[in-house]
Design a protein around this ligand. Sequence first.
Ligand SMILES: Nc1ncnc2c1ncn2[C@@H]1O[C@H](COP(=O)(O)OP(=O)(O)OP(=O)(O)O)[C@@H](O)[C@H]1O
Ligand SMILES: [Mg+2]
Length: 332
Amino acid sequence: MVKVSDSPVLLTVDKLEKRFGGRRRLGDILGGKSASVLHALKGVSLHVKKGEIVGVVGESGCGKSTLGKCIIGLQRPSGGTVTWSGGRPVEQLSRFERSTRMQMVFQDPYSSLNPRFPIGGMLKEALATHRTTAARIDLNAEVDRLLGIVGLPLSLKQKYPYALSGGQRQRVSIARALAVKPELIIADEPVSALDASVQAQIINLFEEIRRQLQVAFVFVAHDLNVVKRVSDRVLVMYLGEIVEEGTKEDIFSTPRHPYTRALLSAIPIADPSVRLPSTILEGELPDPHDTMAGCAFSSRCPYVKEPCRQSHPGLTGVSDTHRARCIRLAEI
Ligand SMILES: Nc1ncnc2c1ncn2[C@@H]1O[C@H](COP(=O)(O)OP(=O)(O)OP(=O)(O)O)[C@@H](O)[C@H]1O
Ligand SMILES: [Mg+2]
């Protein structure tokens, strides 16, 4: 197990905001309302250390992908900052520099791989595009090295994406991300489309890459078992904000936020030493266009009391590593 808690901070995200919309939806028009704004990220703050794997979990629509895209620059935040190590705002890095420091791996490698390129050519292109003039490298040898890292046979160089299995395609997209020697990879549901046995192999590969190359990951997933396997620290998101954060042990052994508990009680736990109160996640996720005065989870929380609906809770420290956004932490 790699100890990353003493490693330097690579990336800092501070009070990140993302709002979508401003266009009138059908419901707005029918209700005679003005255009509604969807607040997808509501002041998200986090940091990632060198070689650290930070898991991000939460239900569909809570803002996980938006967070990843804002960090890497695929979407422009509406507020807040993303700062690279040494204090440089990411938006001030050139596109080239940003892409050599951070890469993104997506859920569906088929749509992110160009079907007209053989694997070898695709990796060569990724290497050539990001090569600085000073660094002359042997592209063929480098392609072989990348395939070796991701555990693919060299015979695959002549093959096209359609001829590969889902797991092999995801290995190719990881190899392509590694071509630029990034320090951080944002992996957005990278194993969700794969069979369980292939998932396990790809997760092992991420761990191996982190161990060998000291690459950090922001690992987005809705499957808690996957996040538990891979993460050092875990962020739990609900409706655009972090409701609980902690080490893997904090989150999986002593979850404090009612939402985290509900998520965990919904998954089968293989470890008999872990006993969680069973909480059923009831009710629908609120419409993200609606604004709520109090705690975002209050409409579904089994522990809700009147004050929860009135003021919005901040993140409260449970320990040095563990924080949760709930005003009733001491009681529940
Ligand atoms: N380009 C966009 N325009 C308008 N709304 C958007 C856009 N992208 C995302 N959203 C909205 O922002 C919210 C967060 O979406 P996001 O895709 O980040 O969620 P997610 O946690 O990644 O969900 P999933 O688990 O389904 O991938 C959702 O309500 C979504 O509908
Ligand atoms: Mg997503």
